[in-house]
Design a protein around this ligand. Structure first.
Ligand SMILES: *[C@@H]1O[C@H](CO)[C@@H](O)[C@H](O)[C@H]1NC(C)=O
Ligand SMILES: *[C@@H]1O[C@H](CO)[C@@H](O)[C@H](O)[C@H]1NC(C)=O
Ligand SMILES: *[C@@H]1O[C@H](CO)[C@@H](O)[C@H](O)[C@H]1NC(C)=O
Ligand SMILES: [Cu+2]
Length: 666
């Protein structure tokens, strides 16, 4: 991350004068640096020189050290950090290889040919190759002529195609084309009626069908640039008052963020985007930092479209496993994407030649003054009022997955809560139809007519979070607190019923597969070996947000591949290799390496190092307001301390000193 680089630069200039101030030590969980990507490239090239091999780096990321190694380093940070290693997935001479490259001894320490089903994330080059093949394909050019449109105004994008029971699955991508000609919105004028599938290994079009000429949706009304929108329009906003200088409120030491009572490590990965590790919270009573979350990230993002026709049925996307959520990262715009006082960090990922690609201002960290109340009370006579504003720290990244923009927030509150928020905005995936009014529609159209000749196709978003909680240590249990209706037994009491709680400790993985319905049990991760003064096990509770589950048939191919969404919650014993809920090789996968398959072993999870997987799901029926760019739709969930502290951990916070409130009228 650039902040590290800048800091290193700063300190190296001044080292001569301030020898005691050393640059922040590299942390074992830091993302790979630009020089490390280049080193990976050089080391791999020694084994497979590019002039004799056809070689492409599909993924390069940190091979994380074993948890115990990281933890023992943490307990003695002056000791030698574990060796830096990279996990590298190569496409080499039309085969997939998984390498572990040790950067400290500069050699490949493991090199395995992968012979299972599925392929790694597609690269930009793969995607461009598919588009190039389409744009050079004679029949496609003929289709364009047939429609009387201008080839130079066409923008094509490629998409993964899934798996539908075929015995043989080559690396193929489908290509969807759109017309610009008067719009800058590349996703709203689909050229309908055409199916194009490209084989990106054989480098040829493997399927081409032009079924019908369908009217093009109009360019009019698709623009979203302020410069093209007639103002004045809608509500006017005053610029937020600038933050007084020096009020970022948090400290960044290398990639470790400290703020209020929180401390955590921030990293970035091409496949999953932001990775927040080693989140711990200072307990003022115990005068120590206590572990909460070892590692958290979005392990998969599944977006199945609900149009089963020839041109659309393949569109069931796994954004993390097929493309890399981190590969979608975009620079954030100060003040609009992140508020004043935000600190921006740059990130790097590897291109298909393992050269580092820099994305400036890719993540921001800021203190959020939400305007909400953290806690308050007025006494009965209204003589005492104590109130504290809710202030938190947020880490944000935006992933622009082609048409969609996902705003991904990690929010840490002084009360101990961690909130995971997802904001959905951007442009719908739309389909061209002959209709300009719903009263003309007599067939199933699989979505909503959101504009003339334009169906916003119905779909879902399922985000599966990997939440490796380590509450006060590794050995944890998963507890379901059921709320049970009971009858009153005492005949002298006129009340007939009440509810009370029954705790159930999950023994094995099967006990921890949860579908959240009405009145769900409270779901906790506790440390069964640590109690509060009053004898409760210390824990954290999952407060679910949107809990939609898949509506696809369980035996439908996309759902077999996405079986990890069949439950809202799963718990597994910690296993460093089980990182990605959809499996390692998701493109064209067959569902044989998902969370749903791993948990069939029904391993013991009681009083063990465990990982919780939570899927935030929602169904999206598009509406006209989603056109041409949708207003942000927010969903999320929360992890909340539950008997973790002895009492309200923010009782003793003092109200902030309100130096000036420029826009507060009293
Ligand atoms: C790979 O190594 C060969 C020599 O073995 C060298 O000629 C070539 O430039 C190297 N390529 C890269 C990308 O480092
Ligand atoms: C096609 O589009 C290109 C680029 O926008 C433009 O220069 C050209 O004049 C167009 N041709 C026709 C026949 O409209
Ligand atoms: C760890 O995960 C890998 C990949 O799923 C699996 O092959 C291995 O058996 C697992 N180890 C244990 C102890 O479950
Ligand atoms: Cu959507």
């Amino acid at each position: 991350m650039a902040s590290t680089l800048k800091t290193i630069l700063f300190f190296s200039i001044f080292t001569v004068f301030f020898l005691s101030r050393v640059s922040p030590k590299p942390h074992p969980l830091d993302s790979l640096t630009p020089s490390e990507f280049l080193l990976v490239r050089a080391i791999v090239n020694q084994s497979y020189p590019t002039f004799t091999h056809k070689l492409s780096f599909q993924y390069v990321g940190l091979e994380e050290p074993d948890k115990q190694v990281v933890k023992s380093w943490l307990s003695e940070p002056s000791s030698q950090p574990p060796p830096r290693q990279a996990l590298v997935i190569l496409r080499l001479n039309q085969q997939t290889r998984e390498l572990i490259v040790d950067l400290s001894i500069r050699s490949v320490v493991s090199d395995k040919l992968y012979s299972g089903f599925g392929y790694s994330t597609v690269t930009t080059e793969d995607q461009e190759a598919a588009v190039d093949l389409a744009l050079k394909h004679g029949p496609f050019l003929a289709s364009i002529r047939r429609r009387g449109i201008n080839i130079s105004e066409i923008a094509c994008f490629s998409q993964t195609i899934g798996w539908y029971g075929q015995m043989k699955t080559n690396r193929q991508l489908q290509v969807k084309c759109y017309y610009l000609d008067g719009t800058v919105n590349s996703y709203l004028r689909p050229i309908g009626g055409i199916t194009i599938v490209a084989d990106i290994e054989q480098m040829k079009i493997s399927k081409y069908v032009d079924r019908a000429v369908i009217p093009l949706p109009k360019a009019e009304g698709t623009d979203y640039r302020a410069s093209m929108i007639t103002l004045p329009f809608g509500p006017h906003f005053n610029a937020a008052p600038p933050k007084p200088p020096g009020q970022t409120g948090f400290k960044l030491d290398g990639n470790v963020v400290s703020w209020a009572n929180w401390k955590f490590h921030l990293a970035f990965d091409a496949r999953v985007g932001p990775v927040i590790s080693l989140a711990s919270i200072y307990d003022a009573e115990k005068k120590t930092y206590r572990q909460v979350m070892y590692r958290s990230y979005i392990s998969e993002l599944f977006v199945p479209y609900q149009d089963p026709t020839e041109g659309w049925y393949r569109t069931t996307i796994f954004d993390s496993g097929e493309y890399g959520l981190g590969n979608y990262v975009v620079p954030l715009e100060p003040l609009n994407d992140c508020p004043s006082g935000a600190v921006f960090v740059d990130v790097y990922y590897a291109a298909s030649d393992s050269k580092p690609v820099q994305v400036p201002d890719a993540m921001c960290i800021f203190e959020r003054h939400s305007g909400d109340v953290m806690w308050r009370h007025s006494d009965v006579k209204r003589e005492i009022t104590e109130t504290r504003p809710d202030i938190s720290i947020v880490v944000r990244m935006v992933a622009t997955a082609g048409n969609y923009d996902y705003i991904l927030d990690w929010e840490f509150k002084p009360s101990g809560s961690i909130k995971f928020l997802i904001g959905l905005t951007g442009v719908l995936q739309v389909k061209a139809v002959p209709y300009t009014n719903t009263d003309q529609i007599e067939e199933e159209v699989y979505g909503t007519l959101v504009a003339g000749n334009t169906i916003g196709v119905s779909h879902d978003h399922f985000l599966t979070y990997h939440l490796d909680l380590d509450i006060d240590g590794d050995a944890n249990s998963f507890v379901k607190t059921h709320l049970i209706r009971k009858r009153v037994k005492d005949e002298n009491i006129p009340r007939k019923s009440y509810w009370n709680v029954e705790h159930e400790i999950a023994k094995t993985e099967s006990d921890a597969k949860i579908q959240i319905g009405l009145n769900p049990p409270e779901l906790l991760v506790v440390n069964p070996n640590k109690e509060t003064k009053f004898g409760n096990n210390v824990g954290y509770r999952l407060v679910p947000g949107s809990t939609a589950r898949p509506l696809l048939a369980i035996d439908d191919f996309p759902q077999i591949r996405a079986a990890f969404t069949n439950n809202n919650v799963w718990v597994t014993p910690y296993n460093k290799s089980e990182k990605w809920a959809g499996g390692r090789f998701v493109d064209r996968s067959r569902g044989d390496d998902t969370l749903a398959v791993w948990t069939k072993k029904n391993r013991r999870i009681k009083n063990k190092d465990i990982v919780m997987w939570y899927t935030v799901g929602f169904h999206h029926v598009p509406c006209q307001e989603d056109f041409p760019v949708m207003p942000t739709l927010s969903v999320g969930f929360e992890l909340k301390p539950t008997n973790f502290f002895e009492y309200n951990p923010v009782l003793k916070t003092v109200p902030p000193q309100h130096l000036s409130w420029p826009n507060c009228t009293k």
